[in-house]
Design a protein around this ligand. Structure first.
Ligand SMILES: *Cc1c(COP(=O)(O)O)cnc(C)c1O
Length: 375
């Protein structure tokens, strides 16, 4: 399967990768479309921005840019340790939780080994697995939710990893306590369960599972969290994993020595201290979802109930609606590449952005109806 480029042998699994679809910079989109003041509800980012305390910690850290960062993230791990009630040696930090996903794969998955995941789920899992010469085993969602039973059935002697995004991206749905409990009973020893909880802080369901409890019990579980979403630090790239110290030890052997930059470390510590900001973001999300779901219902748009800071909306033709919104400066995420061509994914914005999304959608719907009436 390998074939050559510039007479260089490129392995088949790399040749057949399709890259994570990059979004254009907002400035470039505006230039192309001749727009100004567009809003981005496409990448599940924090619409309220970073904590002021984090920004001031970054400014303070700027003067030491000549130094390498602390390769052990000593102070960040100490702060996280207090925050989570786990010892620092249970923690692994990464250049975003994305890096930890990749580290997990590179550390524990050999060629031909399998990783079980949902379909659709976070696009980075199959990319990382395939790039490492592993086999992504994709299990279709049921009712927009990870099918844990189906996933348990696909575990084989070659399975090394199972990825559970909870809430799941791009659907916003969660797996619940009881389901996860039954699932964990079926997972054989020797398989690492990765609970990717990038949006955990937004979830309000009382049935959201306590995944850290499995780590506490000594199970081969790693819980991933990130500073990119509720903490509003996506641009700095910092995330962490909580797991057994013996597993952290292996991940530390594979990772780059200075994988988390110094500004990110300073900002993350300050962001953890700023609980007021986190609360504000959480509240904005709850109120935003309430407003959006009520308005979308009036407009007759079906939505998938969500526990995250984004949701799926029925669009008929998702690509067409994406383009129509884009022309008016509202950027959402089309989902054809996820096999959900009839949906768009919308990130909750500020109250003003949410109103703009609804008004723009309403005008598009009205225009479509007029168009249909004239014909
Ligand atoms: C956004 C997101 C992340 C966060 O990635 P970072 O590298 O920490 O920015 C992780 N997992 C999922 C499912 C996500 O949607």
């Amino acid at each position: 399967m390998a074939s050559k480029v510039l007479n260089i042998e490129v392995p088949g699994e790399i040749r057949s990768l399709s890259p994570y679809p990059p979004g254009k910079p907002i400035e470039e989109l505006e230039r192309e479309l001749g727009l100004k003041g567009s809003i981005k509800l496409a990448s599940n980012e924090n619409p309220l921005g970073p904590s002021k305390k984090a920004v001031s910690a970054v400014k303070n850290a700027l003067k030491n840019l000549n130094r390498y960062p602390d390769g052990s993230c000593f102070y960040l791990k100490e702060r996280l340790s207090r925050f989570l009630g786990f010892s620092p040696d249970s923690l692994v930090t990464g250049n975003g939780s994305n890096e930890i996903i990749e580290l997990l794969v590179r550390t524990f998955l050999g060629r031909g080994d399998e990783a079980v995941m949902g379909e659709p789920s976070f696009a980075v899992y199959p990319l990382a697995v395939q790039a490492a010469g592993g086999r992504p085993i994709r299990v279709p969602l049921k009712d927009f939710t990870l099918d844990l039973e189906g996933m348990a059935e696909r575990v084989s002697p070659r399975t090394r990893l199972i990825f559970i995004a909870n809430p799941n991206n791009p659907t916003g749905t969660i797996v619940k306590k009881g389901e996860l409990e039954r699932f964990m009973d079926r997972v054989p020893t020797g398989v690492i369960v990765c609970m990717d909880e990038a949006y955990r802080e937004f979830a309000t369901s009382p049935d959201f599972p306590d995944s850290l409890g499995y780590v506490r019990e000594g199970r081969a579980v790693i819980v991933l969290r990130t500073f990119s979403k509720i903490y509003g630090l996506a641009g700095l790239r910092v995330g962490y994993g909580v797991t057994q110290p013996v597993l952290v030890d292996f991940l530390n052997r594979v990772r780059q020595p200075f994988n988390v930059n110094s500004l990110a470390q300073a900002a993350a510590i300050a962001a953890l201290d700023d609980t007021g900001h986190v609360e504000k973001v959480r509240k904005n999300n709850i109120l935003g979802l309430k407003y959006l779901f009520a308005e979308l219902k009036k407009l007759g748009c079906g939505c998938v109930p969500t526990e995250a800071n984004f949701f799926l909306m029925q669009a008929g033709d998702g690509e067409a609606l994406y383009n129509a919104l884009l022309k008016q400066g509202v950027i959402v995420r089309p989902l054809k590449s996820y096999g959900l061509g009839e949906y768009i994914r919308v990130t909750v914005g500020t109250p003003k952005e949410n109103r703009r999304f609804i008004e723009t959608l309403r005008s598009i719907k009205n225009k479509n109806q007029e168009g249909a009436g004239e014909r």
